[in-house]
Design a protein around this ligand. Structure first.
Ligand code: URA
Length: 244
């Protein structure tokens, strides 16, 4: 990558305005590849700060790797809204560090406030557009808990398609597997508003709990507790796209 001034590197990674980044550097809070640097205009190749041993920058006690774009997964807990300006509940954005917020990360699709599970966020406009577009027909796997017990005919009904208000044609699940009389694994390729709840309602039942465990070929990391997030690495991005 083109060399970049340290001040610009910090700014691009969400550490504040150029002026704030300059002050952090001049105050001696920043090291590059283990060596303190107090010159905000010193040039570094940001591509070399890739997090391999000794190749990162640190601000205070925290070690950071340069990432041209931010791609993250969040284990969304219940009781959080995906909106930047939530109405009744805290926003999922309160679960992220200030550096990610400063980079302007956005949710890729939305989950209801009471839905838990895999939520992707990024600051890459093209990526956000690509993965939130219904045209892509990305499969999303939901674990659904029902109010009333059902048998296989209920799952078959969802796969055959149900009529939804405001939809001209029946909407069908791509796959639906009964895992107990009150739990289903349901795969949808659209991203319609309240789609699981509306489909289950149209089939004559009610959703008691909803958890998204996979988007494309990417599964929610079981090491993430509700409310925790982590960066997506290139292997994760590959998995996301790998779902043929
Ligand atoms: N379908 C719903 O009904 N809610 C969600 O949060 C996601 C899919």
């Amino acid at each position: 990558m083109q060399p970049m001034q340290l001040e610009r590197i910090l700014h691009a990674q969400g550490f504040g305005s150029r002026k704030e980044c300059r002050s952090l550097i001049r105050a001696g809070h920043v090291s590059v590849a283990g060596t303190p640097c107090e010159d905000p205009y010193a040039d570094f190749d940001p591509g070399s700060l890739d997090g391999s041993p000794g190749l990162a920058f640190s601000v205070g006690d925290e070690v950071w790797r340069f990432r041209a774009r931010a791609y993250v997964m969040l284990h969304k807990p219940s009781g959080y809204e995906c909106s930047q300006k939530p109405t009744f509940h805290p926003s999922v954005f309160t679960l992220l560090p200030p550096q990610l917020l400063a980079r302007g990360v956005q949710c890729i699709g939305r989950l209801d406030q009471d839905t838990t599970g895999l939520l992707l966020l990024s600051d890459d406009g093209q990526f956000i557009h690509q993965w939130s577009s219904g045209k892509k027909r990305t499969p999303k796997l939901y674990e659904v808990t029902l109010k009333h017990p059902v048998d296989e005919t209920f799952a078959a009904k969802l796969v055959a398609g149900v009529e939804l208000h405001d939809e001209p044609a029946p909407i069908a699940a791509t796959a639906c597997e009964l895992t107990s009389p009150t739990t289903l694994l349901m795969t949808l390729c659209e991203g319609k508003y309240h789609q699981v709840k509306r489909m289950v309602g149209a089939a004559g039942n009610r959703v008691e709990a909803l958890h998204r465990s996979r988007v494309g070929g990417l599964t929610l990391d079981p090491a993430l507790a509700p409310g925790q997030w982590r960066w997506l690495e290139s292997a994760d991005l590959q998995q996301l796209a790998d779902y043929a």
